[in-house]
Ligand binder design. Structure first.
Ligand code: AMP
Length: 330
């Protein structure tokens, strides 16, 4: 049997090249060797307020972006988290074995909580729901960007704690980080990660941005007061631009150095913009084809949920019986 790979993206805001390089694009490479499940985590999105109409439309948009990136429904299950109730069921059971202190330490929680007037309990529970997503399918590998590494550590801790309290139940998953592109920074502020919720123009390159807008955002990116690339003293902004180029081109470190040493920042930006556009244009073309068939995405999501639900339900049954909860089957 093939080992299982699971990952997810929130259907909130606009997906950007950080999501593409840190998640979507690496996912494609797992499809041949593993059993792959890719999830649109709408229950995670509502841990901060989402406009209902917008959330509803972003769910299918996100699924279409998965498909455009090369996730093939013949090889992978693409599904929506809330369509499989077992995610919420297991989350509660895991909540009961997770110390609050573990959750209060999470850096994403601290950052998101600081930005809210009222902190919903869901924001604190967010990593437990994520652990449930992963453990429900006994996933062996979880490919994510670097910002999710701490949540993966927590998932491992929760799995181990459950296993030691109730007996071997869960596979303890490994984190799959991409070698380049695991952490793309904001173009306007290269000290913070590129994020879907940042609103400033020129912060991110959206996967559905037209080429003109992509060019403009990259040409305006923050660099430093030096004139040209010097690999001995890379500032965060220049390093980020080189990183983006390398992640799309897949050039080696040696080739990057040989090509970009001494190149003026203006030229660097032009080349980064053209490299990004060369990849994004065919991607957007596939997105348009996918969304031109009105029922297609909904059908893929229904099939995905139908395929994975039996796996999820059998894990919930196992966990119930391990914990002594009521099940008819034992
Ligand atoms: P999110 O945007 O938080 O739903 O994240 C979805 C996936 O994209 C996760 O695997 C993240 O680790 C990854 N990701 C998000 N932002 C970035 C970024 N700036 N650079 C690289 N990967 C990212």
């Amino acid at each position: 049997m093939k080992a299982r790979v699971f990952s997810g993206v929130q259907p909130s805001g606009n997906l950007h090249i950080g999501n593409y390089l840190g998640a979507l694009s690496p996912w494609v490479g797992y499809q041949q060797q593993f059993e792959t499940i890719f999830c649109i985590v709408d229950l995670h999105a509502i841990t901060v307020y989402q406009s209902p109409a917008e959330l509803r439309s972003k769910i299918e948009e996100t699924a279409a972006l998965f498909l455009a990136a090369g996730i093939d429904p013949k090889h992978s299950s693409i599904m929506v988290q809330s369509a499989v109730p077992a995610h919420s069921e297991l989350a509660w059971m895991l909540t009961c074995v997770t110390p609050v202190g573990w959750l209060e330490r999470m850096t994403q929680y601290k950052a998101k909580a600081a930005a809210q007037q009222t902190v919903g309990d869901g924001l604190l529970q967010y990593p437990v729901l994520m652990a449930a997503d992963i453990l429900l399918y006994q996933a062996a590998i979880v490919p994510v960007g670097e910002d999710q590494a701490q949540h993966l550590e927590l998932t491992r801790d929760v799995a181990q704690r459950f296993n030691s309290l109730y007996g071997e139940t869960f596979v303890v998953p490994q984190t799959g980080l991409p070698s380049v592109g695991a952490r793309i920074m904001g173009l306007d502020d290269p000290t913070v990660k590129m994020s879907k919720s940042a609103t400033g123009a020129g912060h991110a390159v959206g996967l559905l941005d037209p080429p003109d807008k992509i060019r403009k955002s990259i040409m305006r990116a923050t660099t430093d007061s030096n004139p040209a690339v010097d690999f001995a003293i890379l500032s965060p902004g220049v390093e980020n631009l080189l990183n983006i180029f390398q992640a799309f081109s897949r050039w080696s470190d040696e080739k990057m150095r040989a090509h970009f040493t001494g190149i003026r920042y203006g030229d660097l930006k032009k080349q980064v913009a053209e490299m990004v556009i060369a990849h994004i244009e065919p991607f957007q073309q596939r997105y348009r084809e996918i969304t031109s068939d009105p029922g297609y995405v909904a059908r893929i999501l229904r099939e995905g949920a139908e395929r994975v639900a039996p796996i999820a339900n059998s894990t919930v049954e196992l966990v119930k019986s391990r914990m002594g909860l009521y099940t008819e089957s034992r």
